[in-house]
Design a protein around this ligand. Structure first.
Ligand SMILES: NC(=O)c1ccc[n+]([C@@H]2O[C@H](COP(=O)([O-])OP(=O)(O)OC[C@H]3O[C@@H](n4cnc5c(N)ncnc54)[C@H](OP(=O)(O)O)[C@@H]3O)[C@@H](O)[C@H]2O)c1
Length: 279
């Protein structure tokens, strides 16, 4: 009898897969539904991991995916900026898996200032992605962990008037010529030229909304926690439609993560055209 594949072993195989041939060589077989599943005896958790993450693993060398964890009433932090923690432990594992499947994890200046995040992979096995901080005005303190802890390479993306003289250990400064170079599609192209094609846009709301509105995202993961904040830092905000029938309704998958619900939106196939504001 072949050994039962458990979730940690399945994740260890999955996180390295980038092509269908590699998946087949790792023992996956067609699931009859257009996808792949483990062909050998596997725990339900191992099969679930394959179902949830294999499409992202196989999305190709250039794919942009974003995540947000929000309250039921649409906030990603309280009004003071506290986001510890909006969603539960299973969503934290999910977030760390997304990091492990990316070449770069990108945050806006607001998140870097409010959270001083580490942006490393700790809740699952995996390599740390390059950390990218979008900071056109150079307002993120240079004492921030991403610039000083040396845990992973960091790219500090600033505007022409904001270049810091001494960025600190472990941070490379990329000075962009002006606002147009910060447009999400151009930013992704700049990162791809540096070998960072698979990009997780981790937050916050302003940054993810901008990437969504400019059609720069292939996938969007929103985890909704059963908590009501009343007010706070908003999640997705973009110019809406006047009538419901024109609202954005991308193809969707749903999963339960403990008490939270994960919504995974397939916005466009990776490798397809992207860019330009949403209609
Ligand atoms: N629950 C979650 O999943 C989650 C995830 C991440 C963060 N958070 C929380 O979210 C809050 C911060 O979110 P936020 O929406 O206020 O801010 P944010 O998205 O983190 O940062 C927004 C800022 O980043 C810069 N920026 C981002 N994209 C840019 C672009 N394409 N071009 C130019 N500049 C760009 C701009 O800086 P300038 O203003 O300097 O121009 C912009 O105002 C924090 O409280 C954090 O705790 C929650």
């Amino acid at each position: 009898m072949p050994e039962l594949l458990d979730a940690p072993a399945a994740w260890d195989l999955l996180r390295r897969l980038r092509t269908t041939d590699e998946a087949l060589a790792a023992g996956m077989v067609p699931d009859g539904d257009g996808g792949l599943r483990w062909g050998r005896p596997a725990t339900p958790e191992a099969q679930e991991l394959a179902g949830r993450y294999l499409p992202l693993c196989l999305a190709g060398p250039e794919v942009a995916f974003a995540q947000l964890g929000q309250s039921l009433d649409g906030f990603i932090a309280t009004r003071t900026g506290d986001a510890d923690f909006v969603t539960g432990e299973e969503d934290r594992c999910h977030l760390h898996r997304l990091r492990a499947l990316s070449d770069a994890v990108l945050v806006g200046a607001g998140t870097a200032v409010a959270d001083d995040p580490r942006l490393t992979v700790r809740a699952c096995a995996g390599d740390n992605p390059v950390r990218v901080v979008l900071d056109p005005r150079g307002r993120v303190p240079r004492s921030s962990g991403v610039f000083t802890d040396g845990a992973a390479p960091t790219l500090w993306v600033v505007g022409p008037d904001a270049a810091p003289a001494d960025p600190g250990a472990g941070a490379e400064v990329l000075v962009l010529p002006g606002a147009a170079a910060f447009a999400p599609v151009r930013l992704l192209a700049t990162l791809a030229r540096r070998g960072l094609g698979r990009v997780l846009i981790e937050g916050g709301g302003v940054t993810v909304s901008r990437f969504l509105h400019e059609q720069a995202l292939h996938r969007l993961y929103v985890t909704v926690a059963p908590v009501l904040l009343g007010d706070g830092i908003p999640g997705l905000r973009f110019p809406g439609t006047p009538v419901m029938r024109e609202a954005l309704r991308p193809p969707l998958r749903r999963a339960l993560l403990g008490e939270d619900t994960l919504f995974e939106f397939a916005l466009r196939p990776a490798g397809g055209p992207s860019g330009g504001p949403a209609d």
